[in-house]
Design a protein around this ligand. Sequence first.
Ligand code: HEM
Length: 518
Amino acid sequence: MAQKTSQSPTQTLTRAEVAKNNTEESLWCIIDHKVYDLTDFLDAHPGGSVVLRQIAGQDATMAFYNLHRQEVLQKYASLCIGTIEGEKPEVIQKGPGDLSPVPYAEPLWLTPVFKSPYYTESHRKLQRAVREFVDRDVYPEAQQKEQDGTYISQELVDKMAANNLLAMRLGPGKHLTGRTLLGGVKSEEFDYFHDMIVAQELSRAVARGFQDGNMAGMMISLTAVRQWANDSALRDRVTDECLSGKKFMCLAVTEAFAGSDVAGIRTTAHKTPDGKHYLINGTKKWITNGMFADYFVTGCRTANGFSVILVPRDDNVTTKKIKTSYSTAAATAFIEFDNVKVPVNHLLGKEDQGFIVIMSNFNHERWSMACSVVRWMRTVVEECLKWAHQRIVFGKPLIQQPAIRQKLAKMISLTEACQSWLESITFQMCSMDYAQQSKLLGGPIGLLKSYVTRCAHDVADDAVNIFGGRGLTQSGMGRVVEMFHRTYKFDAILGGAEEVLADLGVRQAMKQMPKAML
Ligand code: HEM
């Protein structure tokens, strides 16, 4: 029986030496040409000690990759005691910022040799820098918060603010002036393709609740303040507070009484007799980031219509946590406004004419959601390709089953089709001003989001079938697929339900219809 020793990971060992360490007193195995000492890990192994005793002293590479994600080995790197003499690890270890070598895991413009008319070196620089930031700084916290349901840390918010990631979330505009962006990108270069890159890279933290907890509320509400505030001093102060990460903002439109049907809301804003304030009364439901928001961009009924008002939190605002099917890290709230007094300069746009504020603001929100969902679909395609490639079923890799290849073909096609349409719409956004976008792109963006989430439905469905039980399990190999299947509906409902947006798209198209019969 071999003696248990404390070895250095740089040492080389022979297969014969490993074979001698085949008992509970000293249990080694080989995974990808590296030697692991599992003796002290036997009792801690989530898969139990029996399976480890069965591979004691042997090469367990096939068995390991049939059941574990590569990241398991990174997490337990301390168990590695050396490498097999004359052999080299074959598995690719991805570092922070690296592109994936898996086919279709990256959009075509990031795939070697493939070209795109839309992206410049500036986009590539931003993509590299944001990916590295997400891998290093966002991913670890996202995973932890998704699990424990607590909110984003001030430390990460500060880091994002310092790197102008918060500012970039609002899209192109004057709020970027004078800021140096990640990758050395100049603020005047920043267009909607840069914006798309930020949205898509951030969703690579694969934590759907945290993804919304990560300032999604500000992203969809500060845009309305920037565009529609009547008081420029207020606009600039609030912008500075939010983009520096000192204050938090959310969009408070939906209610128990009205979801996508914005016209049905019951929260009221009555002017005080002196005309200096509004008194806000009512409730809001499903408000992303509402739990920690300092400002609420709130849809209200006013004397003769609907208005949007920036409401600061005070003692008359109460927020209660709502548990949804993704993590409470999203800080989703039920809100009560009980006689909240707000100065009239907090009105956004004109009184009773809030629809244009909400509707034009929706475009960027819905488009951003489409960006993230498409990236999620791609991540799921990557997960399925990796799994089908390494999972052995009926004595051969899963990918050798034609039924699985049919599913993958469909998933890849849907993802590529959605990305291409997204890029085409993004190009239109780059060449239109805000007013043109509001007038002409509400319909196409509605159709895009609606179609993308329908495709997400199909991708999620096929992915779970490919993963089997693991696609229903919140840890281990299938955890990304499980999360996508559980949460893609957020994108199908939030920001306008699938059917409502599809209908909007057709109604808007009909407005352009020539009067004459054709
Ligand atoms: C360095 C060696 C190993 C480490 C660090 C390790 C770690 C883990 C971890 C963290 C899990 C939880 C699931 C996950 O996160 O993927 C797990 C599950 C499991 N492990 Fe290991 N493991 C090792 C080697 C092995 C080997 C060699 C075998 C089999 C021969 C094995 C069999 C299993 C099984 C059967 C499960 C349950 C999987 C499931 O429910 O899908 N493990 N292991």
